[in-house]
Design a protein around this ligand. Structure first.
Ligand code: FNR
Length: 339
């Protein structure tokens, strides 16, 4: 476990950044089960730069809201010292604008340098940065100099160990606090085996903490496997994406718990924080995995609102009570601001 205070990246377990999955309910759930740090889903700098910061007194959250009123990033006090804001960027100046916008509400800023999807790479972001080390250096240096919280990045490996080590050495010199290494080439798919030897070579070559990633499919299935993966890679820490998405209790040394229970706990947070219903549904479907065609899965897939999702899980009462509690808070807040 991590001591309170400035975020440490040594000997920790992390919930990996995951688009659509890494919203507030999943992050809080992972923390409950024992993750030390939690990354938000990748958020694109251009979209974030248009957001304004809103204190949401009803939900007791801080929201970053887009001009069309969509909440792009929602966070709360509970995760303030643990949440890492991951952004997609290819522009040092814009990256800094966004980092400063969220700096007071998060524990660290991370730059995505591993996403191979076209929407990321066509803008020069994600894995496209791996072939532009000058750009990497410019972004990271600007962030390190411009914010008062730790800056990190997440990369994929390059074709050879030597190239990978040399890139991470260059990254280390920018002053970043840690680097997460997903042990796959950008051309490799999630089903391909992870290259622990590359991560190990990087961990030996630099003195900043290395966070090993990529072990979910074949190496990390239980909590005990996390330490095995850490040892196999010689890294300081471990970051999990899919294993945590499927069952977040993998972070618990009491776990894994039955996924039905994990889904219920997830849903409680989703209701409490008024999570977007389609996002909630997406995450629950990921947890159901091959049970997505079960009666519960079918009911979930048919659901269009948070109320319908709760009904599928027999949690209508909790949904109703939460709505009433939030409405009462809204009313109180409104009457206290009226003249
Ligand atoms: C990801 N991944 C990812 N990576 C990243 O840096 N930013 C992101 O937003 C996302 N989004 C994302 C969504 C989903 C649904 C998955 C499954 C993955 C990649 C992820 O963080 C990780 O690097 C890989 O999944 C490998 O780790 P695991 O799954 O083997 O633990």
């Amino acid at each position: 476990m991590m001591a309170a205070g400035r975020l440490s990246f040594r000997n920790i377990t992390a919930l990996a950044p995951m688009v659509r999955v890494g919203t507030l309910p999943m992050r809080l759930l992972a923390l409950d089960y024992g993750a030390d740090v939690v990354y938000c889903e990748e958020l694109i700098d251009i979209k974030m730069a248009q957001c304004h910061r809103v204190v949401n007194d009803v939900l007791e959250t801080v929201d970053f809201v887009a001009p069309d009123d969509r909440v792009m990033f929602r966070t709360c006090e509970r995760e303030k010292d643990r949440v890492i804001f991951q952004m997609g960027t290819a522009d040092p100046d814009r990256a800094l604008v966004v980092a400063r916008l969220v700096e007071k509400d998060v524990a660290a800023i991370d730059v995505n340098m591993g996403c191979p999807k076209e929407y990321s790479t066509k803008g020069g972001m994600g894995a496209a940065l791996l072939s532009d080390p000058d750009k990497i250096e410019a972004i990271l240096k600007k962030l390190v100099a411009g914010v008062s919280i730790p800056v990190t990045c997440k990369i994929r490996i390059l074709p050879t160990v030597e190239e990978t080590v040399s890139l991470v050495r260059r990254i280390e010199k920018t002053g970043v606090t840690a680097v997460a290494v997903h042990g796959r080439l950008k051309e490799e798919r999630p089903r391909h085996p992870v290259h622990c030897d590359y991560i190990q070579a990087v961990a030996q070559a630099v003195s900043i903490p290395v966070i090993a990633n990529g072990g979910s499919l074949d190496l990390v299935k239980t909590n005990a496997d996390i330490e095995e993966f850490r040892k196999a890679t010689g890294a300081s820490s471990v970051m999990l994406a899919r294993a945590a998405m499927w069952n977040a209790s993998v972070f618990s040394n009491q776990g894994p718990l039955p996924v039905e229970r994990v889904m219920e706990e997830y849903l409680k947070y989703a209701i409490q924080y008024d999570n977007n219903a389609f996002n909630t549904k997406y995450c629950l479907c990921q947890m159901l995995r091959d049970k997505v065609e079960s009666p519960l899965g079918k009911q979930l897939q048919a659901a269009q609102t948070s109320a319908e999702i709760c009904k599928a899980y027999g949690m209508q009462e909790l949904f109703q009570q939460t709505q009433e509690r939030l409405q009462a808070r809204r009313d109180t807040l409104q009457s206290s601001t009226e003249p």
